[in-house]
Design a protein around this ligand. Structure first.
Ligand code: NAP
Length: 484
Protein backbone atom coordinates (compact mmCIF):
# COMPACT_ATOMS: atom_id res chain seq x y z
CA UNK A 1 0.00 0.00 0.00
CA UNK A 2 1.53 3.38 -0.95
CA UNK A 3 2.20 5.95 1.76
CA UNK A 4 -0.38 8.67 2.24
CA UNK A 5 0.96 12.23 2.41
CA UNK A 6 -1.12 14.89 4.12
CA UNK A 7 -1.54 18.58 3.61
CA UNK A 8 0.44 20.75 6.00
CA UNK A 9 -1.74 23.54 7.39
CA UNK A 10 -1.19 25.61 10.54
CA UNK A 11 1.76 23.45 11.59
CA UNK A 12 -0.17 20.18 11.39
CA UNK A 13 -0.52 17.34 8.92
CA UNK A 14 -4.16 17.19 7.89
CA UNK A 15 -6.36 15.31 5.45
CA UNK A 16 -8.26 17.14 2.74
CA UNK A 17 -11.85 17.89 3.64
CA UNK A 18 -12.93 15.92 0.56
CA UNK A 19 -11.52 12.76 2.17
CA UNK A 20 -10.09 11.91 -1.24
CA UNK A 21 -6.54 11.36 -2.45
CA UNK A 22 -4.82 11.16 -5.83
CA UNK A 23 -1.83 9.03 -6.85
CA UNK A 24 1.72 10.19 -7.62
CA UNK A 25 2.77 7.59 -10.21
CA UNK A 26 6.29 6.61 -11.28
CA UNK A 27 6.55 7.47 -15.00
CA UNK A 28 9.28 4.83 -15.51
CA UNK A 29 7.20 2.10 -13.90
CA UNK A 30 3.50 2.78 -13.72
CA UNK A 31 3.02 -0.24 -11.45
CA UNK A 32 4.50 1.91 -8.70
CA UNK A 33 2.47 4.57 -6.91
CA UNK A 34 5.06 6.68 -5.13
CA UNK A 35 2.49 8.14 -2.77
CA UNK A 36 -1.11 9.24 -2.33
CA UNK A 37 -1.70 12.98 -1.92
CA UNK A 38 -4.68 14.96 -0.71
CA UNK A 39 -7.29 15.97 -3.29
CA UNK A 40 -7.89 19.33 -1.67
CA UNK A 41 -10.68 21.78 -2.35
CA UNK A 42 -11.72 25.30 -1.44
CA UNK A 43 -12.15 24.52 2.29
CA UNK A 44 -8.55 23.34 2.59
CA UNK A 45 -7.24 26.42 0.80
CA UNK A 46 -9.35 28.64 3.06
CA UNK A 47 -7.91 26.93 6.14
CA UNK A 48 -4.38 27.44 4.78
CA UNK A 49 -5.00 31.15 4.15
CA UNK A 50 -6.56 31.60 7.59
CA UNK A 51 -3.48 30.06 9.21
CA UNK A 52 -1.10 32.08 7.05
CA UNK A 53 -2.93 35.33 7.78
CA UNK A 54 -2.85 34.67 11.52
CA UNK A 55 0.85 33.82 11.56
CA UNK A 56 2.09 36.63 9.32
CA UNK A 57 2.44 39.59 11.72
CA UNK A 58 4.56 37.67 14.24
CA UNK A 59 6.67 36.12 11.48
CA UNK A 60 7.31 39.52 9.89
CA UNK A 61 8.19 40.96 13.32
CA UNK A 62 10.92 38.36 13.84
CA UNK A 63 14.31 39.82 12.90
CA UNK A 64 15.13 38.73 9.35
CA UNK A 65 18.43 36.99 10.28
CA UNK A 66 16.44 34.79 12.66
CA UNK A 67 14.03 33.89 9.89
CA UNK A 68 17.10 32.95 7.87
CA UNK A 69 18.24 30.56 10.60
CA UNK A 70 15.23 28.32 9.90
CA UNK A 71 16.37 28.03 6.30
CA UNK A 72 19.92 27.12 7.37
CA UNK A 73 18.56 24.43 9.67
CA UNK A 74 16.23 23.04 7.00
CA UNK A 75 19.16 22.93 4.56
CA UNK A 76 21.09 20.76 7.02
CA UNK A 77 18.13 18.40 7.39
CA UNK A 78 17.75 18.12 3.63
CA UNK A 79 21.46 17.48 3.18
CA UNK A 80 21.34 14.58 5.61
CA UNK A 81 18.59 13.06 3.39
CA UNK A 82 19.99 13.94 -0.01
CA UNK A 83 20.37 10.38 -1.30
CA UNK A 84 16.83 9.37 -0.30
CA UNK A 85 15.25 12.56 -1.66
CA UNK A 86 17.13 12.20 -4.94
CA UNK A 87 15.84 8.67 -5.37
CA UNK A 88 12.29 9.75 -4.57
CA UNK A 89 12.49 12.49 -7.17
CA UNK A 90 13.60 10.06 -9.85
CA UNK A 91 10.70 7.81 -8.92
CA UNK A 92 8.09 10.56 -9.09
CA UNK A 93 9.39 12.66 -12.00
CA UNK A 94 11.57 10.28 -14.01
CA UNK A 95 14.79 12.30 -14.35
CA UNK A 96 18.04 10.41 -13.82
CA UNK A 97 19.45 9.95 -10.33
CA UNK A 98 22.40 12.35 -10.81
CA UNK A 99 19.96 14.98 -12.11
CA UNK A 100 17.64 14.43 -9.14
CA UNK A 101 20.42 14.55 -6.57
CA UNK A 102 21.80 17.65 -8.27
CA UNK A 103 18.39 19.26 -7.98
CA UNK A 104 18.04 18.46 -4.27
CA UNK A 105 21.51 19.89 -3.77
CA UNK A 106 20.38 22.99 -5.59
CA UNK A 107 17.36 23.32 -3.28
CA UNK A 108 19.76 23.05 -0.33
CA UNK A 109 21.97 25.76 -1.82
CA UNK A 110 18.91 27.94 -2.36
CA UNK A 111 17.90 27.55 1.30
CA UNK A 112 21.43 28.50 2.36
CA UNK A 113 21.62 31.45 -0.02
CA UNK A 114 18.31 32.89 1.15
CA UNK A 115 19.11 32.03 4.76
CA UNK A 116 22.01 34.44 4.28
CA UNK A 117 19.67 36.98 2.72
CA UNK A 118 18.12 37.28 6.17
CA UNK A 119 21.18 39.32 7.10
CA UNK A 120 21.43 41.12 3.75
CA UNK A 121 18.09 42.72 3.02
CA UNK A 122 19.73 45.83 1.70
CA UNK A 123 17.91 49.02 0.95
CA UNK A 124 19.05 52.60 0.16
CA UNK A 125 20.04 55.61 2.16
CA UNK A 126 19.87 58.58 -0.20
CA UNK A 127 20.71 62.24 0.61
CA UNK A 128 17.81 64.62 0.98
CA UNK A 129 17.82 68.02 -0.71
CA UNK A 130 16.49 69.49 2.53
CA UNK A 131 18.51 70.21 5.67
CA UNK A 132 18.29 67.81 8.62
CA UNK A 133 16.19 65.35 6.69
CA UNK A 134 17.30 61.75 6.59
CA UNK A 135 15.93 59.68 3.70
CA UNK A 136 16.02 55.97 3.27
CA UNK A 137 14.07 53.04 1.89
CA UNK A 138 13.03 49.96 3.77
CA UNK A 139 11.66 46.61 2.69
CA UNK A 140 8.37 45.37 4.03
CA UNK A 141 6.89 41.91 3.67
CA UNK A 142 3.80 41.71 1.47
CA UNK A 143 1.60 39.38 3.57
CA UNK A 144 0.34 35.98 2.42
CA UNK A 145 1.86 34.85 -0.87
CA UNK A 146 0.60 32.03 -3.10
CA UNK A 147 3.07 29.77 -4.90
CA UNK A 148 2.07 27.48 -7.76
CA UNK A 149 4.76 25.20 -9.17
CA UNK A 150 5.28 22.79 -12.09
CA UNK A 151 6.40 19.15 -12.06
CA UNK A 152 9.67 19.41 -13.97
CA UNK A 153 11.79 20.86 -11.13
CA UNK A 154 9.70 19.59 -8.23
CA UNK A 155 12.24 20.56 -5.56
CA UNK A 156 14.23 23.50 -6.97
CA UNK A 157 11.26 25.61 -8.04
CA UNK A 158 9.31 25.30 -4.75
CA UNK A 159 12.62 26.05 -2.98
CA UNK A 160 13.40 29.14 -5.03
CA UNK A 161 9.94 30.53 -4.34
CA UNK A 162 9.49 29.50 -0.69
CA UNK A 163 12.92 30.53 0.60
CA UNK A 164 12.88 34.21 -0.46
CA UNK A 165 9.17 34.53 0.37
CA UNK A 166 9.78 33.31 3.92
CA UNK A 167 13.00 35.14 4.65
CA UNK A 168 11.34 38.38 3.55
CA UNK A 169 8.68 37.91 6.25
CA UNK A 170 5.77 36.65 4.19
CA UNK A 171 3.72 33.60 5.01
CA UNK A 172 3.10 31.05 2.29
CA UNK A 173 0.42 28.87 0.76
CA UNK A 174 2.03 26.53 -1.78
CA UNK A 175 0.38 24.20 -4.27
CA UNK A 176 2.77 21.70 -5.90
CA UNK A 177 2.22 20.15 -9.32
CA UNK A 178 -0.03 17.12 -9.14
CA UNK A 179 2.38 15.00 -11.18
CA UNK A 180 5.25 15.43 -8.69
CA UNK A 181 4.07 16.66 -5.28
CA UNK A 182 6.46 14.62 -3.09
CA UNK A 183 9.69 16.56 -3.60
CA UNK A 184 8.06 19.83 -2.54
CA UNK A 185 6.46 18.06 0.41
CA UNK A 186 9.94 17.02 1.58
CA UNK A 187 11.05 20.68 1.65
CA UNK A 188 8.02 21.62 3.75
CA UNK A 189 8.71 18.69 6.08
CA UNK A 190 12.31 19.88 6.57
CA UNK A 191 11.16 23.42 7.35
CA UNK A 192 8.66 22.05 9.86
CA UNK A 193 11.39 20.00 11.53
CA UNK A 194 13.59 23.08 11.54
CA UNK A 195 10.93 24.69 13.74
CA UNK A 196 9.20 27.14 11.42
CA UNK A 197 6.22 28.40 13.47
CA UNK A 198 2.72 27.09 12.78
CA UNK A 199 0.90 28.84 9.94
CA UNK A 200 3.99 30.37 8.37
CA UNK A 201 4.16 27.72 5.65
CA UNK A 202 1.14 25.85 4.34
CA UNK A 203 1.19 23.10 1.71
CA UNK A 204 -2.03 22.17 -0.08
CA UNK A 205 -1.97 19.43 -2.72
CA UNK A 206 -4.63 19.07 -5.39
CA UNK A 207 -5.48 19.98 -8.94
CA UNK A 208 -4.92 23.30 -10.64
CA UNK A 209 -8.67 23.75 -11.05
CA UNK A 210 -9.62 22.85 -7.47
CA UNK A 211 -6.68 24.36 -5.55
CA UNK A 212 -4.64 26.64 -7.85
CA UNK A 213 -7.69 28.59 -8.96
CA UNK A 214 -8.83 29.11 -5.38
CA UNK A 215 -5.40 30.40 -4.33
CA UNK A 216 -5.43 32.85 -7.21
CA UNK A 217 -8.92 34.10 -6.36
CA UNK A 218 -8.40 34.26 -2.61
CA UNK A 219 -9.09 37.74 -1.21
CA UNK A 220 -6.19 37.46 1.26
CA UNK A 221 -3.62 36.82 -1.50
CA UNK A 222 -1.00 39.59 -1.64
CA UNK A 223 1.32 38.12 -4.28
CA UNK A 224 1.35 35.17 -6.67
CA UNK A 225 4.43 33.43 -8.03
CA UNK A 226 3.58 30.97 -10.80
CA UNK A 227 5.77 28.71 -12.92
CA UNK A 228 4.19 26.57 -15.60
CA UNK A 229 2.75 26.65 -19.09
CA UNK A 230 1.91 29.79 -21.06
CA UNK A 231 -1.72 28.72 -21.36
CA UNK A 232 -2.30 28.60 -17.62
CA UNK A 233 0.07 31.48 -16.82
CA UNK A 234 -1.67 33.83 -19.26
CA UNK A 235 -5.10 33.03 -17.81
CA UNK A 236 -3.86 33.69 -14.28
CA UNK A 237 -2.02 36.83 -15.34
CA UNK A 238 -5.29 38.32 -16.65
CA UNK A 239 -6.98 37.61 -13.31
CA UNK A 240 -4.11 39.05 -11.30
CA UNK A 241 -3.95 42.19 -13.42
CA UNK A 242 -7.66 42.78 -12.85
CA UNK A 243 -7.18 42.35 -9.10
CA UNK A 244 -3.95 44.42 -9.07
CA UNK A 245 -2.20 41.72 -7.06
CA UNK A 246 1.58 41.58 -7.50
CA UNK A 247 2.49 38.54 -9.57
CA UNK A 248 5.26 36.88 -11.53
CA UNK A 249 4.91 34.26 -14.25
CA UNK A 250 7.66 32.02 -15.54
CA UNK A 251 6.41 30.05 -18.52
CA UNK A 252 7.44 28.25 -21.67
CA UNK A 253 10.35 28.49 -24.06
CA UNK A 254 11.56 27.56 -27.55
CA UNK A 255 15.20 28.10 -26.80
CA UNK A 256 17.80 28.33 -29.58
CA UNK A 257 21.48 27.44 -29.70
CA UNK A 258 23.32 29.16 -32.53
CA UNK A 259 26.45 27.40 -33.75
CA UNK A 260 28.78 29.58 -35.82
CA UNK A 261 31.16 28.21 -38.41
CA UNK A 262 34.27 28.74 -36.26
CA UNK A 263 32.92 26.51 -33.44
CA UNK A 264 34.60 23.37 -32.16
CA UNK A 265 32.12 20.83 -33.50
CA UNK A 266 32.60 18.21 -30.79
CA UNK A 267 32.04 20.80 -28.08
CA UNK A 268 28.99 22.14 -29.97
CA UNK A 269 27.52 18.64 -30.30
CA UNK A 270 27.98 18.01 -26.57
CA UNK A 271 26.35 21.35 -25.74
CA UNK A 272 23.39 20.59 -27.98
CA UNK A 273 22.87 17.03 -26.75
CA UNK A 274 23.03 18.18 -23.14
CA UNK A 275 20.71 21.15 -23.71
CA UNK A 276 18.16 19.30 -25.82
CA UNK A 277 17.89 15.84 -24.32
CA UNK A 278 18.92 15.77 -20.67
CA UNK A 279 15.93 15.62 -18.33
CA UNK A 280 14.13 14.23 -21.40
CA UNK A 281 13.95 17.76 -22.83
CA UNK A 282 11.55 18.66 -20.01
CA UNK A 283 13.31 21.82 -18.90
CA UNK A 284 11.88 25.24 -19.59
CA UNK A 285 15.43 26.19 -20.59
CA UNK A 286 15.99 23.12 -22.81
CA UNK A 287 17.29 23.77 -26.30
CA UNK A 288 14.76 22.86 -28.97
CA UNK A 289 16.29 24.67 -31.97
CA UNK A 290 19.86 24.27 -33.23
CA UNK A 291 20.60 27.09 -35.67
CA UNK A 292 23.74 26.12 -37.53
CA UNK A 293 25.82 28.04 -40.06
CA UNK A 294 25.73 26.36 -43.45
CA UNK A 295 29.42 25.42 -43.88
CA UNK A 296 29.37 23.22 -40.76
CA UNK A 297 25.75 22.07 -40.89
CA UNK A 298 26.27 18.58 -42.32
CA UNK A 299 29.30 17.69 -40.22
CA UNK A 300 27.62 18.88 -37.02
CA UNK A 301 24.38 17.06 -37.86
CA UNK A 302 26.37 13.81 -38.30
CA UNK A 303 28.08 14.27 -34.95
CA UNK A 304 24.78 15.04 -33.24
CA UNK A 305 23.15 11.92 -34.59
CA UNK A 306 26.14 9.78 -33.58
CA UNK A 307 26.14 11.12 -30.01
CA UNK A 308 22.36 10.99 -29.65
CA UNK A 309 22.15 7.36 -30.73
CA UNK A 310 24.53 6.45 -27.90
CA UNK A 311 22.22 7.88 -25.20
CA UNK A 312 20.60 5.12 -23.23
CA UNK A 313 16.91 5.69 -22.48
CA UNK A 314 15.38 3.98 -19.46
CA UNK A 315 14.60 4.09 -15.77
CA UNK A 316 16.57 6.97 -14.25
CA UNK A 317 17.55 4.78 -11.30
CA UNK A 318 19.81 2.76 -13.65
CA UNK A 319 23.26 4.43 -13.61
CA UNK A 320 23.78 3.65 -17.31
CA UNK A 321 20.68 5.61 -18.31
CA UNK A 322 21.08 9.15 -19.67
CA UNK A 323 17.46 9.90 -20.55
CA UNK A 324 14.47 9.04 -18.38
CA UNK A 325 10.81 8.81 -19.43
CA UNK A 326 8.32 11.51 -20.34
CA UNK A 327 6.54 12.55 -17.15
CA UNK A 328 3.19 11.01 -18.05
CA UNK A 329 1.01 9.65 -20.84
CA UNK A 330 -0.14 13.15 -21.86
CA UNK A 331 3.38 14.51 -22.27
CA UNK A 332 4.41 11.40 -24.22
CA UNK A 333 1.38 11.84 -26.44
CA UNK A 334 2.32 15.51 -27.00
CA UNK A 335 5.89 14.55 -27.95
CA UNK A 336 4.69 11.91 -30.43
CA UNK A 337 2.04 14.24 -31.84
CA UNK A 338 4.64 16.92 -32.57
CA UNK A 339 6.90 14.34 -34.20
CA UNK A 340 4.03 13.47 -36.55
CA UNK A 341 3.40 17.18 -37.18
CA UNK A 342 7.09 17.66 -38.01
CA UNK A 343 7.01 14.81 -40.53
CA UNK A 344 3.82 16.13 -42.12
CA UNK A 345 5.34 19.60 -42.36
CA UNK A 346 8.19 18.15 -44.42
CA UNK A 347 11.02 18.02 -41.87
CA UNK A 348 13.22 14.90 -42.09
CA UNK A 349 13.81 12.61 -39.13
CA UNK A 350 17.54 12.08 -38.63
CA UNK A 351 17.13 9.86 -35.59
CA UNK A 352 14.58 8.82 -32.97
CA UNK A 353 10.92 9.62 -33.41
CA UNK A 354 9.38 6.61 -31.70
CA UNK A 355 7.98 5.45 -28.40
CA UNK A 356 10.17 2.70 -26.96
CA UNK A 357 8.46 -0.58 -26.23
CA UNK A 358 9.15 -4.11 -25.09
CA UNK A 359 10.23 -5.37 -21.66
CA UNK A 360 10.54 -2.68 -18.98
CA UNK A 361 9.76 0.01 -21.57
CA UNK A 362 6.14 -1.14 -21.61
CA UNK A 363 5.72 -0.02 -18.00
CA UNK A 364 6.69 3.60 -18.62
CA UNK A 365 6.50 6.55 -21.01
CA UNK A 366 9.78 6.18 -22.88
CA UNK A 367 10.60 7.95 -26.12
CA UNK A 368 13.71 8.12 -28.28
CA UNK A 369 15.60 11.41 -28.38
CA UNK A 370 14.67 12.83 -31.75
CA UNK A 371 16.41 15.09 -34.26
CA UNK A 372 14.70 16.74 -37.21
CA UNK A 373 16.66 18.06 -40.18
CA UNK A 374 15.62 20.72 -42.67
CA UNK A 375 13.32 22.54 -40.27
CA UNK A 376 11.93 25.77 -41.66
CA UNK A 377 11.14 28.71 -39.36
CA UNK A 378 7.41 28.71 -40.06
CA UNK A 379 6.96 25.03 -39.11
CA UNK A 380 5.12 24.35 -35.87
CA UNK A 381 8.03 22.27 -34.57
CA UNK A 382 10.15 25.43 -34.90
CA UNK A 383 7.61 27.68 -33.21
CA UNK A 384 5.74 25.80 -30.47
CA UNK A 385 7.01 24.45 -27.17
CA UNK A 386 6.99 20.63 -27.21
CA UNK A 387 8.63 20.07 -23.81
CA UNK A 388 10.13 16.76 -24.89
CA UNK A 389 13.39 15.40 -26.36
CA UNK A 390 12.88 16.81 -29.85
CA UNK A 391 15.55 18.97 -31.49
CA UNK A 392 14.95 20.94 -34.70
CA UNK A 393 18.02 21.62 -36.87
CA UNK A 394 17.87 24.81 -38.92
CA UNK A 395 20.37 26.14 -41.49
CA UNK A 396 21.60 29.72 -41.10
CA UNK A 397 23.07 31.66 -44.01
CA UNK A 398 25.44 33.74 -41.92
CA UNK A 399 25.24 35.44 -38.53
CA UNK A 400 22.42 37.87 -39.31
CA UNK A 401 20.26 35.04 -40.60
CA UNK A 402 21.03 33.05 -37.44
CA UNK A 403 19.88 36.00 -35.30
CA UNK A 404 16.72 36.37 -37.39
CA UNK A 405 15.88 32.70 -36.90
CA UNK A 406 16.75 32.72 -33.19
CA UNK A 407 14.53 35.73 -32.47
CA UNK A 408 11.71 34.63 -34.79
CA UNK A 409 9.54 33.01 -32.11
CA UNK A 410 7.12 34.35 -29.52
CA UNK A 411 9.23 33.01 -26.63
CA UNK A 412 12.36 34.49 -25.05
CA UNK A 413 13.52 32.43 -22.09
CA UNK A 414 17.10 31.21 -22.70
CA UNK A 415 19.46 31.21 -25.69
CA UNK A 416 23.03 30.19 -26.34
CA UNK A 417 25.78 30.59 -28.91
CA UNK A 418 28.78 28.40 -29.65
CA UNK A 419 31.64 30.40 -31.12
CA UNK A 420 35.16 31.66 -30.43
CA UNK A 421 34.50 34.94 -32.26
CA UNK A 422 34.23 37.53 -29.48
CA UNK A 423 32.73 40.16 -31.73
CA UNK A 424 29.93 37.86 -32.82
CA UNK A 425 29.43 36.67 -29.26
CA UNK A 426 28.94 40.24 -28.04
CA UNK A 427 26.63 41.03 -30.94
CA UNK A 428 24.62 37.94 -30.01
CA UNK A 429 24.42 38.99 -26.35
CA UNK A 430 23.16 42.44 -27.39
CA UNK A 431 20.66 41.31 -30.00
CA UNK A 432 19.20 38.06 -28.69
CA UNK A 433 15.68 38.28 -27.29
CA UNK A 434 16.12 36.16 -24.16
CA UNK A 435 16.39 36.69 -20.43
CA UNK A 436 19.03 33.99 -19.92
CA UNK A 437 22.01 34.05 -22.24
CA UNK A 438 24.82 31.48 -22.32
CA UNK A 439 27.99 31.35 -24.38
CA UNK A 440 29.73 28.07 -25.16
CA UNK A 441 27.36 26.44 -22.69
CA UNK A 442 23.98 24.71 -23.02
CA UNK A 443 20.82 26.82 -22.82
CA UNK A 444 20.00 25.00 -19.57
CA UNK A 445 22.01 24.80 -16.36
CA UNK A 446 21.52 28.14 -14.68
CA UNK A 447 22.60 28.88 -11.12
CA UNK A 448 20.54 29.87 -8.07
CA UNK A 449 22.50 32.97 -7.06
CA UNK A 450 21.73 34.89 -10.27
CA UNK A 451 18.43 36.38 -11.40
CA UNK A 452 16.27 34.05 -13.50
CA UNK A 453 13.59 34.86 -16.04
CA UNK A 454 12.78 35.51 -19.66
CA UNK A 455 11.22 38.00 -22.00
CA UNK A 456 8.42 38.10 -24.60
CA UNK A 457 5.79 35.37 -23.95
CA UNK A 458 8.09 33.35 -21.67
CA UNK A 459 7.88 35.49 -18.58
CA UNK A 460 5.97 38.30 -17.03
CA UNK A 461 6.79 40.17 -13.85
CA UNK A 462 9.91 40.55 -11.77
CA UNK A 463 12.83 38.12 -11.87
CA UNK A 464 13.18 35.14 -9.56
CA UNK A 465 16.28 33.92 -7.67
CA UNK A 466 19.48 35.69 -6.75
CA UNK A 467 19.29 39.20 -5.33
CA UNK A 468 16.28 39.94 -7.57
CA UNK A 469 14.01 37.59 -5.63
CA UNK A 470 13.71 39.87 -2.61
CA UNK A 471 12.44 42.69 -4.82
CA UNK A 472 9.44 40.57 -5.69
CA UNK A 473 8.71 39.38 -2.17
CA UNK A 474 9.02 42.79 -0.49
CA UNK A 475 7.51 46.19 -0.94
CA UNK A 476 9.82 49.21 -0.93
CA UNK A 477 8.82 52.01 1.45
CA UNK A 478 10.48 55.41 1.37
CA UNK A 479 11.00 57.31 4.61
CA UNK A 480 11.70 61.09 5.00
CA UNK A 481 12.70 61.79 8.58
CA UNK A 482 13.31 65.35 9.84
CA UNK A 483 15.48 65.16 12.93
CA UNK A 484 15.91 68.80 13.92
P1 NAP B 1 1.03 23.78 -16.01
O1 NAP B 1 0.13 22.73 -16.53
O2 NAP B 1 0.79 25.17 -16.43
O3 NAP B 1 0.94 23.66 -14.41
C1 NAP B 1 1.73 24.46 -13.57
C2 NAP B 1 1.05 24.56 -12.22
O4 NAP B 1 -0.18 25.28 -12.37
C3 NAP B 1 0.66 23.20 -11.63
O5 NAP B 1 0.79 23.24 -10.24
C4 NAP B 1 -0.80 23.09 -12.04
O6 NAP B 1 -1.55 22.22 -11.24
C5 NAP B 1 -1.25 24.52 -11.85
N1 NAP B 1 -2.48 24.86 -12.57
C6 NAP B 1 -3.01 24.26 -13.66
N2 NAP B 1 -4.16 24.88 -14.00
C7 NAP B 1 -4.37 25.88 -13.09
C8 NAP B 1 -5.39 26.85 -12.90
N3 NAP B 1 -6.43 26.94 -13.73
N4 NAP B 1 -5.28 27.71 -11.86
C9 NAP B 1 -4.21 27.66 -11.04
N5 NAP B 1 -3.23 26.73 -11.16
C10 NAP B 1 -3.30 25.86 -12.18
O7 NAP B 1 2.57 23.46 -16.32
P2 NAP B 1 3.34 22.09 -16.12
O8 NAP B 1 2.86 21.13 -17.15
O9 NAP B 1 3.29 21.68 -14.69
O10 NAP B 1 4.85 22.53 -16.41
C11 NAP B 1 5.38 22.57 -17.69
C12 NAP B 1 5.45 24.00 -18.19
O11 NAP B 1 6.13 24.80 -17.24
C13 NAP B 1 6.23 24.15 -19.48
O12 NAP B 1 5.55 25.04 -20.33
C14 NAP B 1 7.55 24.75 -19.03
O13 NAP B 1 8.23 25.51 -20.02
C15 NAP B 1 7.11 25.59 -17.89
N6 NAP B 1 8.20 25.88 -16.98
C16 NAP B 1 8.71 27.14 -16.97
C17 NAP B 1 9.78 27.45 -16.15
C18 NAP B 1 10.33 28.83 -16.12
O14 NAP B 1 10.97 29.19 -15.13
N7 NAP B 1 10.13 29.64 -17.14
C19 NAP B 1 10.32 26.48 -15.32
C20 NAP B 1 9.78 25.19 -15.35
C21 NAP B 1 8.71 24.91 -16.18
P3 NAP B 1 -1.70 20.66 -11.64
O15 NAP B 1 -0.33 20.10 -11.56
O16 NAP B 1 -2.59 20.14 -10.59
O17 NAP B 1 -2.27 20.63 -13.01
Amino acid sequence: MPSVFHNYIDGRLVEAKSGKTFPDVNPADTDETVGLFQASTVEDVDAAFAAALKAQPAWAALPAPRRGEYLFKAAEILESRLAKLGEEMTREEGKTLPESKGEVKRAINIFRYFGGEGARQFSYQIPSERENVFCYTMRKALGVVGLITPWNFPSAIPAWKMAPALVAGNTVVIKPASLAPLSGYRLVEALHEAGVPAGVLNYVAGSGGAVGNVIVDHPALRALSFTGSCDVGNQLNAKMAARKVRSQFEMGGKNPTIVLKDADLDAAADILVNGAFFSTGQKCTACSRAIIEKPIYDSLADKLVEKTKKLKVGNGLDPAVAIGPAVDANQLETDLRYIEIGKQEGARLLCGGHRLSGGAYDKGFFIEPTIFDGVMPEMRIAQEEIFGPVLALMVANGFDDAMRLANGVKFGLSASIVSKDLTRVHQFINRIEAGLITVNLPTAGVEYQLPFGGTKESSFGMREQGPAALDFYTETRTVYLKYA
